[in-house]
Design a protein around this ligand. Structure first.
Ligand code: HEM
Length: 255
């Protein structure tokens, strides 16, 4: 925060992400012929689906980086080289930041926002891998377990963004070992906005601030416990010390 006067205009990561989502939605209403009642239901879906999902992913990414100083050093080097310390990261920089992209994918592999996607119902009798599934069965897809399956991933419990450098595996629903947005016709409709929001906010948070754990806390003591349910936020809020890294005038003009 640059000064007391502008503190009132500062918002949390979650609030900023909500603004982006709401403005995108208002734009969609403006451009389409949505009715008032369906707009309200859709607005609720979009705000619920599009806010916590992105901020929870950024939260997990930063927690994982605080436990891996060598990964933190590598992403700092990438940001300094591509963006430089004289400005903030913009959307245009993202294609030149492959390590940020790899960190995001690795975070989504280990901490998918919806660990069992949205429940589905089988429409007809079928058989999967030798198991009979009768019509009308409620089906949950265990993407959390798939993301940590040792048959699919080397050292699945290790946070290693490098595994995605040069890999064709993406998060867009085509690679079944990594499905943080689901797949098929019920796949997340907001995935491209979600990806951009995560990439740009994560890159700016890492670029604009030096992060460390509070005095006296070791990286081994940082809890990585999840609340396991329909979504998987951190069980304990992330507590960190941040200090600005860029020239002071950049923080003033940002508020
Ligand atoms: C990190 C960001 C996000 C993640 C990880 C995420 C993940 C998901 C997942 C896993 C589903 C269920 C898909 C399935 O069962 O196959 C879903 C559904 C949905 N998401 Fe997202 N989402 C994100 C961002 C967004 C954003 C930005 C929006 C809107 C602006 C959004 C709106 C929705 C909606 C409306 C659904 C319900 C779709 C339906 O049931 O037909 N999501 N999301």
């Amino acid at each position: 925060m640059c000064c007391a006067e502008c503190s009132a205009r500062y918002f949390t990561i979650d609030q900023n992400i909500q603004f982006v989502t709401v403005f995108s939605f208002l734009y969609l209403i403006h451009r389409s012929k949505l009715q008032r009642c369906s707009s309200s239901a859709r607005a609720q879906d979009l705000i619920a689906g599009g806010t916590e999902s992105s901020s929870a992913t950024v939260d997990w990414a930063i927690a994982e980086l605080l436990r891996k100083p060598e990964v933190f050093a590598k992403v700092t080097e990438e940001l300094d080289r591509v963006v430089g310390r004289g400005r903030w990261v913009t959307e245009k920089d993202i294609p030149s930041l492959p390590y940020i992209d790899a960190i995001m994918k690795e975070t989504m592999r280990m901490h998918p926002v919806a660990p069992m996607l949205a429940p589905r119902l089988s429409r007809e009798d079928t058989s999967v891998d030798g198991y009979d599934i009768p019509a009308g069965t409620r089906v949950l897809v265990g993407v959390w377990s798939i993301g940590r399956d040792p048959k699919l991933w080397d050292a699945p419990e290790e946070f290693m963004p490098e595994r995605f450098i040069g890999s064709k595996i993406d998060v867009k629903g085509q690679d079944f070992e990594l499905l943080p947005f689901g797949s098929g016709r019920r796949m997340c409709p907001g995935y491209s906005l979600g990806l951009r929001v995560i990439q740009v906010s994560l890159a700016n948070l890492l670029h604009g601030f030096a992060w460390r754990l509070p005095d006296g806390m070791t990286k081994e003591q940082l809890s990585m416990e999840e609340i396991f349910g329909l979504s998987t936020p951190r069980k304990f809020p992330l507590e960190v010390v941040v200090e600005p890294k860029l020239p002071a005038d950049l923080y003033v003009s940002a508020c």
